[in-house]
Design a protein. Structure first.
Length: 184
């Protein structure tokens, strides 16, 4: 990823140069542009809507506090993703572990692929995938969420996570293999 885009630089400059309502308006623009992607990432990493909402709030609070120190070495979105990733993992880590975490087994209709209610079958499948995702190590969850949910490239993920691109490939491969095995 290259340096910050001109629009990002202008918003950050406006945030730094103003106070009060004008400063809040600049921050509001950043929030509106990045809110949905940050929430999707937090939801994938936290696994629960309430935790994801907490992580979203904590993420944007940290962004507000730190925005004046944003150097522009990376795109603003990359910097925001780094904060969201760290925050979501921290929020999830504060929760007590579920001692009996397991992946629900497929019902007889799902196994046969002939469920009379496709909506219920789809919901059950989503629940099983989320349960399998929740069992992945944090670094694999982060890589697969950034790739599959946010649609980022391996190079962008490497920049966000601060790891080599080859490590991203490795984490994605391990995560896919673990998910496939868990859902088999």
């Amino acid at each position: 990823m290259g340096a910050a885009r001109d629009g990002d630089v202008a918003i950050v400059a406006r945030f730094r140069a103003t106070a009060g309502v004008e400063r809040d308006a600049a921050f509001g623009e950043i929030f509106e542009v990045h809110r949905s992607q940050v929430f999707a990432l937090c939801l994938r990493l936290c696994g629960e809507r309430a935790l994801a909402e907490d992580a979203l709030q904590e993420t944007f609070l940290e962004i507000y506090r730190s925005l004046s120190r944003f150097r522009g070495d990376a795109q603003l979105g990359t910097w925001i993703h780094r904060i969201a990733l760290r925050t979501a993992l921290h929020v999830r880590a504060r929760q007590p572990a579920t001692p009996t975490a397991s992946i629900p087994s497929a019902g007889p209709h799902e196994a046969a692929g002939s469920d009379p209610n496709p909506v219920l079958a789809a919901r059950e499948h989503v629940r099983r995938v989320q349960a399998a995702f929740d069992l992945l190590p944090a670094e694999q969850r982060a890589a697969i969420a950034l790739f599959s949910v946010d649609g980022l490239t391996q190079l962008e993920i490497a920049a966000i996570l601060g790891i080599p691109e080859g490590t991203v490939w490795s984490r994605l491969h391990k995560a896919r293999r673990a998910l496939a095995a868990a859902l088999a």
